[in-house]
Design a protein around this ligand. Structure first.
Ligand code: C5P
Length: 234
């Protein structure tokens, strides 16, 4: 894959025209765009399709978590948007993940990459312990990533600091999708544990989710090109 294909730009907005304009500007410069619950709840599939109409691949970040039949139905329903990547919560369990994988496979050649969220980075050890999950968040991340792989999914979303351990636990073909990326020239915003795009790829990330360093830059095209140059050197 081209280095720039690794970049998915987070369009964290409910302004559909702004999202369409950003996707048009960045088309060909990045691998795709990520749209989540905020955008989807405001606009639904119609506007997701408008954002991707120019050919921009979409990571549909809806983090499904429900009973197996419902999640399978939701995954099946995403097929009208032909997403490149969709995700579910690994904590939905084995039956749910297997049902999701089977539903994704029904799309045939258009099968999206099916990714799981392990432990939300907003949760720490204490939060997990309060929910009855013993051990550390990192142990839980590895446990759920292995379960994800056993269920036939393609990979997980993870923080940069988990990449090395996950590569070791799940091998070379398991996709690792990493947010919290900041080029040296960008503000860290509210992200606490950040890595640069090139360091993330060196560590073993497959896809980088990058939002504000591109979308809030004075010139998003210039920002995307700078990140592409950085990745070309890896
Ligand atoms: O603007 P920024 O680059 O911080 O955007 C990162 C994107 O990745 C946002 O859409 C954010 O919700 C998402 N994300 C994250 N950390 C996680 C999971 C998702 O920043 N652990």
């Amino acid at each position: 894959m081209k280095p720039t294909d690794r970049i998915f730009v987070a369009l964290d907005t409910t302004d559909a025209d702004e999202a369409v304009a950003m996707a048009e500007k960045l088309n060909g410069l990045v691998g795709g765009v990520k749209m989540g619950k905020e955008f989807f709840t405001a606009h639904g599939p119609a506007e997701v399709k408008r954002v991707s109409a120019g050919g921009m691949p979409v990571f549909l970040d809806l983090k499904y978590h429900d009973i197996p039949n419902t999640v399978a139905g939701a995954i099946r329903a995403t097929s009208t948007m032909k997403p490149f990547m969709v995700n579910v919560h690994a904590s939905g369990g084995v039956a749910m993940m297997k049902a999701a994988a089977a539903a994704a496979a029904e799309a045939g050649d258009d099968k999206p990459l099916l990714i799981a969220v392990t432990v939300l980075t907003s949760l720490g050890d204490e939060d997990l312990n309060a929910m009855g999950i013993a051990g550390t968040a990192e142990e839980q991340v590895i446990r759920l990533a292995k379960l994800t792989q056993d269920c036939g999914l393609d990979g997980v979303v993870c923080s940069a600091r988990e990449v090395t351990a996950l590569r070791e636990a799940c091998g070379d073909h398991f996709k690792l999708v990493v947010p919290g990326i900041r080029p040296t020239w960008a503000s860290s915003d509210d992200q606490k544990r950040i890595v640069t795009p090139s360091d993330a790829v060196r560590m073993g990330a497959d896809y980088l989710v990058i939002g504000r360093p591109i979308t809030s830059a004075p010139d998003p095209v210039e920002a995307a090109k700078k990140i592409a140059e950085e990745l070309a050197g890896v």
